[in-house]
Design a protein. Structure first.
Length: 177
């Protein structure tokens, strides 16, 4: 029973965060709504005994990605006026209708039986623990993992080379003029 209460609370928080993200006129408020939804999803991962995935959710998405989003929002400036003007009344009404529809879907789904915890996925190999992730990553998916590492390394080196040689060639052109 406690799991249903915790899930219901954090499902509502995730829903409110998503609605705030979509409806807020200030981009910073939208980012904070997204942050609330991400933390709620991390709590749901914990309820499913996927503690590693929950930690990654908080560290990577709620931490690093949201910091990047807020940096970009601050970089482009939020003190400027809204170029689109006021939102039409039809858009506000549709937002409320869709939000009520999503909430009704959650309530209707809550009437059925909830399956939570590690038993929800049966006796599969992957249950979200660090050991299970490591076994799959370095056992079954080693070639794919190493290929991804090589691809990202080559992309990073290519980006650095393009930035360096693009900068050098621009300086050379200015020097010849």
């Amino acid at each position: 029973m406690a799991e249903v209460v915790v899930f219901s609370i954090f499902a509502a928080v995730a829903l409110v965060g998503a609605v705030v993200m979509v409806t807020a006129s200030n981009p910073v408020y939208s980012a904070i709504g997204l942050l609330g939804a991400m933390f709620s999803i991390a709590v749901m991962y914990v309820m499913l005994d996927a503690h590693f995935v929950a930690a990654v959710q908080v560290i990577i998405y709620a931490g690093a990605v949201m910091t990047l989003f807020l940096f970009v929002i601050m970089l482009i400036g939020v003190d400027t006026s809204d170029v689109y003007g006021m939102r039409p009344m039809v858009q506000r009404v549709m937002t409320v209708v869709v939000s009520i529809g999503f909430f009704a879907a959650i309530v209707l789904a809550a009437r059925g039986a909830w399956i939570t915890g590690s038993d929800a996925f049966g006796s599969g190999d992957f249950n979200g623990t660090i050991e299970a992730v490591a076994d799959n990553l370095f056992g079954n998916w080693t070639i794919v993992f190493l290929s991804t590492v090589m691809l990202l390394t080559i992309a990073a080196l290519g980006t650095i080379a393009l930035a360096y040689f693009g900068h050098v060639s621009a300086d050379d052109e200015e020097a010849t003029l």
